[in-house]
Design a protein around this ligand. Structure first.
Ligand SMILES: C[S@@+](CC[C@H](N)C(=O)[O-])C[C@H]1O[C@@H](n2cnc3c(N)ncnc32)[C@H](O)[C@@H]1O
Length: 209
């Protein structure tokens, strides 16, 4: 019977290696073929592992994975949790689910709520990372909690402007959570009205609560 090697997708958490689950770390250590962003590879790749960096050339990454799974398992590292805006989407379009094994990680979103000691079961989560959310997701409702991914275009300033236009009050509390889990982690608690005049913070998590 033909042996089907797996694509093991490991969520490496928000950044600090202390937040990877032991199973994920073990998979990374045992990998012969390791895929990941440049930062993750610099942090985790060991001598003897053949690596492939995730760049804009996603098809190149898929080709590497296809070639190498003919020989052994391939481990792909993604930030946070694989099920939440990661390479897993593209992998599922390219390979059948039976070939993919996911080891979950702590999402930056989950970590941000944890740092604020704020339950997230009622929160509306949306992404401004390379996209814009549906208007109804970010529409104002009293008591609504929003958790938002950002990028450099959609940052703490531009998103505050968008939310004010969507009817949120100026006095609404906004938590700007950046570099989560790293030594220089910063959480600034301000208001939407003030955030417009503060320096823009990008690639952070915004929590409106
Ligand atoms: C493509 S999404 C990936 C999300 C990831 N799969 C997860 O579960 O956290 C990238 C965005 O996640 C957020 N992010 C990832 N790591 C972060 C960190 N350490 N601190 C703050 N935000 C982070 C930022 O909004 C960043 O632009």
């Amino acid at each position: 019977m033909e042996v089907q090697n797996k694509i093991i997708v490991v969520g490496i958490g928000p950044g600090n290696p202390d937040y990877i689950v032991p199973k994920g770390l073990e998979a990374i250590r045992q990998a012969k073929f390791l895929v990941g962003g440049r930062r993750a590879l610099a942090q985790f790749a060991a001598d003897g592992q053949e690596t492939c960096s995730i760049t804009a050339d996603i098809q190149g990454v898929m080709n590497f994975i296809r070639d190498k799974t003919a020989m052994d398992n391939v481990v792909a590292m993604v930030s946070g949790d694989p099920g939440y805006y990661s390479l897993l989407d593209a992998l599922r379009r390219e390979f059948p689910a039976e070939r993919i094994m996911v080891i979950p990680g702590i999402s930056a979103m989950q970590y941000a709520f944890a740092r604020l000691a704020l339950p997230w079961h009622d929160a509306v989560l949306a992404s401004f990372h390379g996209r814009t959310p549906a208007a109804q997701d970010i529409a104002y409702r009293q008591g609504k909690i929003l958790g938002l991914l950002t990028d450099s275009k959609y940052n703490s300033q531009t998103i505050a402007e968008i939310l004010l236009k969507a009817g949120w009050p100026e006095v609404q509390t906004l938590h700007i959570c950046s570099r989560l889990s790293y030594d220089d982690e910063t959480i600034v608690t301000t208001t939407l009205g003030e955030a417009i005049n503060l320096p823009a913070v990008s690639h952070c998590i915004l929590i409106v609560a």
